[in-house]
Design a binder for this molecule. Sequence first.
Ligand code: NAP
Ligand code: F7E
Length: 338
Amino acid sequence: MKTALITGITGQDGYFLSKLLLSKGYEVHGLVRRNSQMSYGTLRSLDEETFKKIKIHWGDVTDHTVVVKLINDVKFDEIYHLAAQSFVALSFTNPQVTYETNIGGTLNVVNAVKEFSPKTRLYFAATSELYGKAQTKPQNEATPFYPRSPYGVSKLAGFWTVKNYREAYDLFMCSGILFNHESEMRGEEFVTKKIVKGAIDVSRGKREFFEIGNLNARRDWGYADDYVEGMWTMLQQPAPDDFVLATGENHSIRDFVDMAFKRLKIELSWEGEGVNEIGKNKADGRVLVKVNPEFFRPSEVEDLIGDASKAKSVLGWSSKVGFEELVNKMVDYELGAI
Ligand code: NAP
Ligand code: F7E
């Protein structure tokens, strides 16, 4: 039986990747940092039988001692290093914890593999945020990086650390440069989940309106379950490499708002510009969406769209769930869950 360690197992991707690896017969281990509630994040949405199969190890990825001991003890076949301070907006106000987790934590994992388990295959969660102020369109593995946030900078350090260890020490280490991927398990601060919850609340009269930041930013949004399959496939290749995973299509935040309301049978009309833009219910003129500059970022990533043709030709991977289906899945889940 193959063994795999997932750091960041309590997050969105950890949920889908745990299910995938268990379905493939892996012994799945997760590194979980303690919190006062001893809660397990998204893993609590797994059914009890599945949850019990996961071997939990308590520890923070920044704790060198914990990481070394775990990797030295188990000598995993595969490690999926997903743990990160992943919220871009927070990285501007909390840059130090972002660097310590995303750079220091990554160095701990990568170095422990080199020193104590060099046969382990490692996946590193890189990101389209590396492209930031994108220099060309669409972005692929050859596009120059230009990160626009402490988060982006920290992931760039992680990406180059992985590449350098791979080349210097002949280790099987891959980076997935994943474009935004969302799901029912997405954290509530990320824009897609925030929109879905806001639209449902407004449609049910729980709130008059909800507030949002930059409506013009464009993202290439896929479905997380498709993307974890790509992570696993990268580690099954004859040689390690880096791959972009993306849908090849992008939409604005405004498009996402429109689509979420459409699922709720509400048509919006937009008026005004910038901070004065509002989204109204076409049927009765009520204002349902407002812009609040509090949600603007000091430097924004305006327009990302990925080219995953290398993943398609080498890995046979492509994104399956389209934009409308993704939004509908998220809305339907939230309607049932509330
Ligand atoms: P997520 O939901 O924010 O999950 C992050 C995970 O990291 C959580 O399990 C979190 O634990 C854990 N974590 C944070 N700090 C830690 C620490 N110091 N020690 C141990 N664990 C720690 O992120 P995601 O959406 O699943 O993304 C997975 C990875 O892919 C992340 O590295 C992210 O940066 C990257 N990525 C995501 C996307 C995307 O669109 N989702 C795209 C590209 C790359 P808690 O539950 O305790 O907070
Ligand atoms: O923002 C705009 C915001 O926070 C998307 C992470 O998984 O994907 C994610 O990073 C866009 C930005 O995700 C609000 O300014 C407008 O342009 O959902 P987000 P992100 O920053 O793209 C990448 C690939 C990762 O690697 C990250 O870990 O939406 N936006 N209004 C807003 N964003 C938020 N959060 N809240 C708003 O009210």
